[in-house]
Design a protein around this ligand. Sequence first.
Ligand code: FES
Length: 146
Amino acid sequence: MPGLDELYREVILEHYKNPRNQGRLDHPDVANRGHNPLCGDEIEISLDLKDGRVADIRFQGRGCSISQASGSMLTEAVKGKEVAKARELVEAFKAMMRGDAVSLDGFGDVEALQGVRKYPVRIKCAMLAWTTLQEGLDMYEQAAKH
Ligand code: FES
């Protein structure tokens, strides 16, 4: 990632080397797998929900440092949060990656990924975990309606 701000790069690489909440939950309420069609890299996210909150979350996958670090950061950002708040964070993340001015409140290390905006081809890497979470929540809520 030449050219990426040094501090951002360090935070991203630290998550890549020491991923948080890695693995898969045994009986998750929500599980979804996503892949980046540009490269084939994958990520799987599983969640336990309780009382409208993300009680637990794991991710696993294979791919570049940005995609996997983003998954790790996502799990830290949404764990323990209300599902509605988790959805808000997904929207804020997508807006941040589009270049919109957003509040980084509750983002934690996620803000390091804003440096990736300078590299359009890597934006999909950063987004992979977030779109996978969003689709998983959408499918869960659709299923609950039927
Ligand atoms: Fe595949 Fe980044 S190069 S997700």
